[in-house]
Design a binder for this molecule. Sequence first.
Ligand code: NDP
Length: 291
Amino acid sequence: MTARLLDGAALAASIRTDMSRRAAALRALGHPPGLAVILVGSDPASSVYVKHKVKDCEEAGIRSILDRLPADTPQDALLARIDQLNADPSVHGILVQLPLPPHLDAQRVIETISPAKDVDGFHISNAGALMTGQPRFLPCTPYGVMKLLEHAGVALAGAEAVVVGRSNIVGKPQAMLLLQASATVTICHSQTRDLAAHCRRADVLVAAVGRERMITGDMIKPGAVVIDVGMNRISQGPNAGKLCGDVDFDSALEVAGAITPVPGGVGPMTRAMLLVNTIEAAERAAAAQCN
Ligand code: NDP
């Protein structure tokens, strides 16, 4: 058996087209959507992510403001800049690229973003809203995973879902969304005993760990849907330096029923869902102005 590929790149492209249409409608009504992206320092990976976000906005007709701040920006200056953007009615979404330099308190920074503009969905009030089933903004990666599962027609009610990883930005919100879709959810982490046994029970397995190809085919239930969130660099061999996931794709392909490739699976969906959150923020702001 060879697993069906879940093509995140294709689905993301159709979402981007839809967002371009909604952005055009907002512009026509005199409410051009705007996203502000703050990058502190010059971490190479963060710089690439930010460049992609700005490019995605341009292509979708969303105005983007990119603030590149020096690595030694004092916390007060960063918070003051966020306050300015909070008060700017032409800015509908604000995101601060993580990780931040160690002298900055990331949680404090996130909490300074207005929850109504928190398009990453990381603010504690948005996390709480998700937890209680009234989400305002869903974090982009788990949101993208749910869209992929929905598009692939995966039945989640009653399914055994296993999420490996419990970070605030991927694992925990992912588990919460699967629970809200009525899956029976297990969350695994670095202290989990017998990870393989948990994984082998999963009808839907989401790997969000950050460890190169750690989930192998023998850890996957035949026919399972495997979602690989991981983005790692291959450490050795002929493909050293290339991108790979947390799942050992070749062995998983033989066992799974469906699987996301890396690249081309969850990554493009994460990027697309940032546009969705930004457009939704702009549409809400426009509707509030009309009322
Ligand atoms: P974190 O490092 O914040 O979290 C990793 C999680 O994996 C932790 O909960 C950790 O457990 C768990 N873990 C670590 N080792 C093991 C192990 N041996 N067995 C089981 N669990 C383990 O990472 P993120 O959640 O931010 O990201 C995870 C991966 O997803 C990374 O590769 C990242 O690059 C990628 N990513 C991809 C995105 C995309 O768009 N495709 C977007 C965001 C992230 P513990 O809590 O106990 O330490």
